[in-house]
Write a new protein. Structure first.
Length: 302
């Protein structure tokens, strides 16, 4: 078995994604390789999307998802769009069905290049999110940062989109909050036994909002698709918006947008772009890589 496999550096609204082709192999991208790749400026990422041969009939691939700290992730909407673009370019197909830890995901590439991913159904039960304390209504849980009489952030909506999320409602641009300071504290709060993605959401109309996310296992991220889904669903659930919203991702390089549609069948469909940057070869065990560019290879050993 060759040591190296093909990989692509891509992004979904700035969310840094490595798509690694592990088809035809029995090994996995190791946590050590993920940490090594994350440490290199050229290959620094938020999530690795490792494409494996399908395990279940009727699916096109099994997607193994890793965070930049080497931990497993259950879901990554922006990464799934990148996988769709990569496979659509390779095969000419437009629709795909993937298996992940979080379940089965269906996705389609549209004529305009945007990609829709069926992210499944939201989960609101406190023990399924999960939370460490029982809450009858998880649309508003008891959690705050700052002074008791004047908290900076408080009363988030909690839910799961295959991974745990807490959405804090703010009254101004989320970029004006020190999320880099608060994010680690909230991600690792004891109320989240499996940690959580932390999102600040500012509702601007019944059909629009602005978000910024501290991502579990990845830190301050330029975008997070499952967090956008959680924010859109939570906003509709609490009566702040309609069930279909346009979300401006504040930390995206161009403050790009995602459309989140919480459909009547309870499924959440996210639509947005994906972008290829460059490709190369990588050792999934060590993280050693080389870049393909104009017939030249730029080697690196993390």
């Amino acid at each position: 078995m060759s040591d190296r496999v093909e990989f692509a550096v891509m992004n979904g609204l700035g969310n840094k994604i490595l798509v690694i082709d592990m088809r035809g192999r029995t090994d996995r991208v190791t946590p050590a390789a993920a940490v090594a790749l994350a440490a290199e400026p050229a290959t620094a990422f938020d999530q690795i999307m490792a494409i494996h041969d399908p395990k279940v009939d009727g699916t096109d691939a099994y997607i193994d998802i890793l965070n930049c700290d080497g931990s497993k992730a259950q879901a990554c909407g922006n990464g799934t769009r990148c996988v769709v673009q990569a496979l659509a370019s390779e095969t000419g197909r437009k629709s795909f069905t993937f298996q992940t830890i979080a379940g089965i995901l269906n996705a389609v590439e549209h004529q305009d290049g945007t990609i829709s991913v069926d992210m499944g159904k939201p989960v609101f039960a406190w023990d399924k999110i999960p939370l460490s304390e029982e809450f009858h209504d998880t649309s508003r849980i008891e959690l705050q940062i700052g002074p008791i009489d004047a908290p900076i952030l408080h009363s988030p909506s909690a839910m799961s989109m295959g991974n745990p999320h807490a959405v804090f409602w703010v009254d101004r641009d989320p970029m004006t909050y020190d999320l880099e300071r608060f994010g680690p504290l909230l991600e690792n709060h004891p109320i989240f036994p499996e940690k959580a993605n932390i999102t600040l959401a500012h509702v601007t109309s019944k059909t629009s909002m602005i978000t910024r996310t501290w991502e579990r296992g990845a830190g301050l991220t330029l975008a997070c698709g499952s967090a956008a889904c959680a924010a859109g669903v939570s906003a509709a659930r609490t009566g702040r918006t309609e069930r279909k919203v346009t979300i401006t991702v504040a930390s995206s390089p161009n403050r790009g947008t995602l459309t989140i549609d919480w459909r009547p069948d309870d499924k959440v469909v996210m639509t947005g772009p994906a972008e290829w940057e460059w490709s190369g070869m990588v050792d999934p065990a060590s993280g050693d890589w080389e870049r393909d560019e104009s017939g030249q290879a730029e080697a690196a050993t993390p």
